[in-house]
Design a protein around this ligand. Structure first.
Ligand code: G3H
Ligand code: 13P
Ligand code: ZN
Length: 324
């Protein structure tokens, strides 16, 4: 089927207590890994492209790769989404150039400026049936080239005015997640009985208050990789150095997906699976040099990470048909 916007996906996700996985794509192997897992698990999916991905792989290549996936996987709904659109011009280029959904990330601006720029994108996007995600609050970590030392939680008292004024279709909020593989410092964590570091809980009180103020409205969580320790170990045992890489516990994401969170962004976990697998491959087989030989196991492991997310975290396996 043709690429879709996120409207129906979010309606169903909200109604049935699951979330759509939004996975970042930068090359063919990542697109294939994600969509093959979604096809096999009958899951709707959002493939998202950042400003950095467009700079790396080129807009046209990425659009065509995603369109190829839609041809190969006609039985599942796929949305092509701009992740962290920095300005109106980038959003317009994506709307004009085949994307079905865009995010305008005005979170580094004042509340008023964020409202104005978001409304401008919404007014343009809706003429073409493209859905729009806005953001209130900032996540710690790196959002494209912008590094935020500390984030600021979303202020629930701002969300009604923002959504009403801008007309956005979904809203990303900050409740303690952050981008990248180092989401929490070890000193912020407690140690459980198995000796595993447990990060501070997400601010579900903020999520609940936002949802109370915005009934039936889809909420988005960025920075939601769980940083699987199996892959951190694989990286570190094969020449890498990623000490203290800590992610969001998957049970918290599953809980959020049962509430109003309809889109969960995952990128770092796929990067870790790819990097760990390739490092291990070269450590074990240093004389190899055919990229197909190391990209193949990397792609297979990304696919299994995605499958696990669909089934155990997002709860969207088997939901493709109701999202069409
Ligand atoms: O939010 C950021 C995503 O993980 C994309 O990262 O800007 O390095 O492509 P990127
Ligand atoms: P992670 O770095 O946790 O994978 O978050 C990705 C993201 O939010 C993309 O917008
Ligand atoms: Zn993000």
């Amino acid at each position: 089927m043709a690429l879709v916007n996120t409207k129906k996906m979010f309606e169903q996700a909200y109604k049935h207590g699951f979330a759509i996985g939004a996975f970042n794509v930068n090359n063919m192997e990542i697109v294939q890994a994600i969509t093959e897992a979604c096809k096999e698990e009958k899951a709707p999916v959002i493939l998202q492209v950042s400003k950095g991905a467009r700079a790396y792989a080129n807009h046209t290549y990425l659009v065509k790769l995603v369109e190829a996936a839609a041809i190969e996987c006609p039985e599942i709904p796929i949305a092509l989404h701009l992740d962290h659109g920095p300005d109106f011009e980038t959003c317009k280029a994506c709307i004009d150039g085949g994307f079905t959904s865009v995010m305008i990330d005005g979170s580094s601006h004042s509340f008023k400026e964020n409202m104005e720029i978001t409304k401008k994108v919404v007014d343009y996007a809706h003429k073409f049936g493209v859905t729009v995600e806005g953001e209130l609050g900032t996540l710690a970590g790196i959002e494209d080239e912008v590094s935020h030392e500390v984030g600021s939680y979303t202020r629930p008292e701002e969300v009604e005015e923002f959504v009403k004024y801008t007309g956005v279709d979904s809203l990303a909020i900050a409740i303690g997640t952050s981008h990248g593989a180092y989401k929490f410092k070890p000193e912020q964590c407690t140690v459980n009985e198995k000796g595993i570091l447990v990060p501070p809980a997400l601010r579900f009180d903020i999520l609940e208050e936002v949802s109370r103020r915005l009934p039936n409205f889809p909420i988005v969580l960025h920075g939601s990789s769980s940083v699987p320790q199996e892959y951190v170990k694989m990286v570190n045992e094969n020449g890498g150095q990623m000490p203290n890489a800590i992610g969001v516990p998957e049970e918290e994401l599953r809980h959020a997906a049962r509430l109003s969170v309809c889109k969960i962004n995952i990128d770092s976990d796929l990067r870790l699976a790819m990097t760990g697998t390739i490092r291990k491959f070269f450590n074990e087989q240093p004389s190899k040099f055919d990229p197909r030989e190391y990209l193949k196991p990397a792609r297979a492991n990304i696919k299994e990470v995605v499958r696990h997310k669909l089934i155990d975290v997002l709860g969207c396996a088997g939901k493709a048909d109701i999202c069409k």
